[in-house]
Design a protein around this ligand. Structure first.
Ligand code: PLP
Length: 438
């Protein structure tokens, strides 16, 4: 399988795309073709599991790795369940939050870590991974790469801008994970990372790459669980109608993976992009013009994105034809007030506590049902565990969500981080000091 830049200028192998992140022309990599989905996996008597489905789906994308090795990589990466549960009526939740950091980003981060480690092991090479994070990405990447041989990770996060739980998830691991608290904003963190990736002097000393959400190594594994959602819908709930799939979206990586699944032949009727007040996608579908905006802070803060990076991948897939894109994807924007209402409504009706991102998805699903004929089943991607967002949940239903046991352990562990000012010289010195210090 070849990977091409969305601009059409560069091509690469999976391995090159994985280690370089973006193409030399600055575009995002996309697979050159989308291999067909094996529909026999949907049969009732099929014995497919999440892991076997993922191996089936990913092996044509990653043909540089033998199927046997890929299966082993996947069983390490996807070592937690992704169940489909019925929420209410025709609405189902695909629970993507049973990984170590309780958000769906664990899937992409863990797969990326395992495939990188596989390649590095064969090349006997070491790599330094830099991540700028406003919260969820950093914790998923830190956990995904923890103790992975040949890899050293630096997570840069803005001081006082992330939740205590997120900070704890990044700073209690130690080992090959260094947490760097930058006295500045997320943009400062990103600037420092970008500057290092372009610093010839540093690159001369070590192999450096980034692990941000645009990496194909994070995108592709997400296709698997959208197929797995369909398999469960048929197998456990005998629902044979093609579902509508709702994806709470920020950078639209999860949505892009879902659309890839449909294009490969996973029987999905259409999609709803559920966003908070950051509704550039909705505006794009209405006007046909993509106009990035500064992000607005909301309760579903992992979706506070004003310039979604994966839009270029969706545009490439539909050859820039917004009318074609609209046949498959609709968008609904949900306010903070509606988010709280949905957490309340779902709790009162079902006893289930939604995190604010999933609540945006469920609220969007209810709206979409109002204008959709013959009410198809709806699968909402449940992107985070409510315990990650205790303040919003408390505000909605006045309940303290108990912390899962896995996170309670981290609460008592000592934290380690290095604080720096947002200056490149300071950051570079830090990187230099830790050279070879593994
Ligand atoms: C990152 C994140 C999202 C947004 O996913 P994208 O792939 O960026 O659209 C939604 N919900 C949660 C909980 C997240 O962490």
């Amino acid at each position: 399988m070849k990977y091409v830049s969305v601009t059409g200028q560069s091509t690469s192998t999976f391995r090159e795309a994985l280690f370089s992140g973006t193409a030399p022309d600055g575009g995002l990599y996309v697979p050159e073709t989308l291999p067909p989905f094996d529909a026999s996996l949907l049969r009732e008597n099929s014995e497919s599991t999440l892991q076997s489905t993922a191996t089936e789906i990913l092996s044509p994308f990653v043909d540089e790795i033998s199927r046997e090795n890929l299966a082993a990589i996947i069983s390490h990466a996807l070592n937690f369940p992704i169940p489909l549960v019925n929420l209410q009526d025709n609405i189902y939740l695909l629970e993507l939050f049973h990984g170590p950091t309780l958000a769906f980003k664990d899937v992409g981060a863990r797969f990326m870590a395992q495939v990188m480690s596989h390649f590095l092991e064969h090349q006997q090479q070491d790599v330094t991974i830099l991540v700028a994070t406003s919260g969820d990405t950093g914790s998923a990447v830190a956990h995904g790469f923890y103790n992975v041989p040949h890899v050293e990770v630096f997570i840069l996060y803005p001081s006082n801008r992330i939740s205590p739980l997120q900070q704890q998830q990044m700073t209690t691991l130690g080992g090959n994970i260094t947490a760097v608290e930058v006295e500045g904003t997320f943009d400062d963190c990103q600037r420092l990372v970008k500057a290092s990736l372009n610093d010839g002097d540093l690159l001369h000393q070590r192999k450096i790459t980034s692990a941000n959400s645009i990496n194909v190594g994070r995108l592709l594994p997400q296709i698997s669980y959208h197929a797995w959602g369909l398999i469960q819908l048929r197998r456990l709930f005998n629902q044979n109608d093609d579902p509508m799939v709702v994806v709470p979206s920020g950078n639209f990586g999860n949505m892009t993976a879902a659309v890839y699944a449909k294009k490969m032949g996973v029987p999905i009727r259409n999609f709803i992009a559920a966003t908070n007040a950051n509704d550039v996608m909705l505006q794009y579908l209405r006007s046909g013009k993509f106009e990035p905006r500064p992000s607005i802070p909301t309760y579903s803060n992992a979706m506070d994105v004003g310039n979604p990076s994966n839009l270029s991948r969706l545009q490439a897939l539909y050859r820039g034809d917004v009318q074609e894109l609209k046949k498959d994807i609709d968008a609904v924007s949900i306010s903070d007030e509606e988010t709280l209402e949905e957490i309340r409504r779902t709790y009162d009706a079902t006893g289930r506590i939604l995190d604010p991102h999933t609540a945006v998805g469920v609220a969007a699903a209810r709206k979409a049902l109002e204008w959709t004929t013959n009410s198809p089943p709806i699968i909402v991607a449940a992107t985070a565990h409510p315990a990650k967002f205790p303040d919003v949940v408390k505000k909605a239903i006045d309940i303290d969500v108990p912390l899962p046991v896995s996170l309670q352990a981290a609460q008592n562990s000592p934290t380690h981080f290095i604080a720096i000012r947002p200056r490149y010289s300071e950051w570079k010195n830090l990187l230099r000091r830790t050279r070879g210090n593994k």
